[in-house]
Design a protein around this ligand. Structure first.
Ligand code: IMP
Ligand code: MG
Length: 215
């Protein structure tokens, strides 16, 4: 099973005032739960694990927009650094798709795929799906069954976060950054109705933020 950094349910996190948080979000967040630096350090290690396992084969890195874009960019930078500095290296190409399953802080049953290349271009390729967070697992299961219809050679999933929640259908990604408590998290490209992507740290949304940015 994939190893991960576990953030316990009673994790206090850090006071917002100890870090730089945009002024416009100061009233909307409870605590910082994963500071940006720790995200980067963990991402560096995930890159090493992925290269070790998938090394030698051409990888198509598939970014799940919009929430995955920061993690995707940083992960690929670390993979690139490994490629530049070792005897073993993997060619990397990229693709982008958009999935939408959320309204306010609730996962909905329908998962919509918006944009992206034809999935037929993934036939016979080694695909690395890069996702921000797995909650119920429905988004990833839907995407995986869609992809499998196009016969890729191999599909691996890396998710920065996995939520510990009774709503989980049991799906676990191949690589996991952090396992997090059952809270609504924002920052580092994770959004609440499109807000909070412009926040570096992963934070817990508070009641005020939930109300202010409700649709
Ligand atoms: P799932 O289909 O329930 O696993 O949900 C996965 C998707 O829901 C993720 O790709 C996110 O876009 C979104 N999501 C789930 N939990 C959170 C959260 O705490 N903050 C922001 N987005 C979330
Ligand atoms: Mg997502």
């Amino acid at each position: 099973m994939a190893s991960f950094l576990q953030i316990p349910d009673d994790e206090k996190g850090y006071d917002l005032n100890l870090f730089c948080v945009p002024k416009h979000y100061e009233e909307d967040l409870e605590r910082v739960i994963i500071p940006h630096g720790i995200i980067m350090d963990r991402t560096e290690r995930l890159a090493r694990d992925i290269v070790q396992d998938m090394g030698g084969h051409h990888i198509v890195a598939l970014c799940v927009l919009k929430g995955g874009y920061k993690f995707f960019a940083d992960l690929l930078d670390y993979i690139k650094a490994l490629n530049q500095n070792s005897d073993k290296s993997v060619p990397l190409t990229v693709d982008f798709i958009r999935l939408k399953s959320y309204c306010n802080d609730q996962s909905t049953n329908s998962v919509k795929v918006i944009g992206g290349d034809e999935f037929s271009t993934l036939t016979g390729k080694n695909v690395l799906i890069v996702e921000d967070i797995v909650e119920t697992g429905r988004t990833m299961q839907t995407l995986l069954s869609l992809l499998n219809g196009y016969n890729p050679k191999m599909v691996k999933v890396v998710s920065l976060l996995v939520k510990r929640t009774p709503k989980s259908l049991g799906y676990r990604p191949d690589y996991i950054g952090f396992e997090v408590p059952d809270e609504f998290l924002v920052g580092y490209a994770l959004d609440y109705n499109e807000y909070f992507r412009d926040l570096s740290h992963i934070c817990i949304l508070n009641e005020n933020g939930r109300e202010k940015y409700k649709v």
